[in-house]
Design a protein around this ligand. Structure first.
Ligand SMILES: NC(=O)c1ccc[n+]([C@@H]2O[C@H](COP(=O)([O-])OP(=O)(O)OC[C@H]3O[C@@H](n4cnc5c(N)ncnc54)[C@H](O)[C@@H]3O)[C@@H](O)[C@H]2O)c1
Length: 260
């Protein structure tokens, strides 16, 4: 896949660290220019410093519909038409339902589902007018398998997956493809925040082995994903190599959800 994305302009949300930062790096490696956005300024600025003119940094809270519209408008006026948008911004507030606060439920949906809606709506309208574009939403394998302590997160990710598929159906005839990448446990700050043990190796082993009481199936491939594993799947779906793939949900979870 050498320079599969030469000449393309991509927007990435939640790009400041973890999977989003890896997606930016992978898109740049394939020749794209990238607008790296995040609610926190530091990480995206570091990416811009690292990649020079290939990466433009912007702060963006995806829950703010007006800010999203303004940002997409400004980017297209100053940098050019967007060919690719990748929804990576997400939050996880783990809690059993009986203890889940209204605030945690609302915040989870505001970012994980509302943010995907705001960004996808803003870019899809413009891409459809131009007759081409690719939208990739990073969801989660939690959207497809029940987990204890993750009801709000899993439900919000399931909403994001179905939203992206429905949008894909609406804009397919206009040449816009919409797909989701559903990662399993991936070594980022979000994953580490779930670990209760101070011994990082022991905590990782627990994830890989699984937990029957929690209905977690473990990871058959025997490793926790690196953010680059998820980024490779995003780049493939964003590129013309996937020109006949839309409405697809690509699981990158080492077999954790027992998909073939
Ligand atoms: N790490 C995993 O194990 C894992 C597994 C499955 C799915 N995912 C999903 O992958 C995506 C990236 O996860 P990660 O592990 O890199 O997480 P992370 O917490 O390391 O990074 C998430 C990024 O999103 C940003 N963000 C949060 N709220 C935002 C908002 N309102 N507007 C804009 N940006 C916002 C954060 O500032 C942060 O930079 C998320 O959608 C997550 O749900 C992660």
């Amino acid at each position: 896949m050498s320079a599969a994305l030469g000449g393309r302009l991509a927007l990435v949300t939640g790009a400041g660290r973890g999977i989003g930062a890896a997606v930016v790096t992978a898109l740049v490696a394939e020749g794209a220019r990238v607008v790296a956005t995040d609610v926190a300024a530091d990480g995206v600025q570091a990416l811009a410093d690292e990649h020079g003119t290939r990466v433009a940094a912007r702060t963006l809270d995806v829950t703010d519909a007006t800010a999203v519209e303004d940002l997409v408008d400004e980017v297209e006026r100053t940098l050019g038409p967007l060919d690719i948008a990748v929804n990576v911004a997400g939050i996880l507030r783990a809690s059993h339902v009986v203890d889940l606060s209204d605030e945690d439920w609302a915040a989870t949906f505001a970012v994980n589902a509302g943010g995907v809606f705001h960004v996808s709506r803003a870019v899809a309208r413009r891409m459809a007018e131009r007759g081409h574009g690719s939208i990739v939403t990073v969801a989660s394998n939690a959207a497809g398998i029940p987990r204890t302590g993750m009801a709000a997160y899993a439900a919000s990710k399931a909403a994001a997956v179905m939203f992206t598929k429905c949008l894909g159906l609406e804009v397919a005839a206009s040449g816009v493809r919409c797909n989701t990448v559903s990662p399993g446990s991936t070594l980022t700050d979000m994953q580490r925040a779930l670990w209760t043990s101070a011994d990082q190796d022991a905590a990782a082993r627990k994830v890989i082995e699984g937990d029957l009481a929690g209905y977690r199936t473990g990871i058959p491939l025997g490793r926790i994903a690196d953010p680059a594993d998820i980024a490779d799947a995003v780049v493939f779906l964003a590129s013309d190599r996937a020109r006949h793939i839309t409405l697809h949900d690509l699981y990158v979870d080492g077999g954790a959800t027992l998909r073939a």
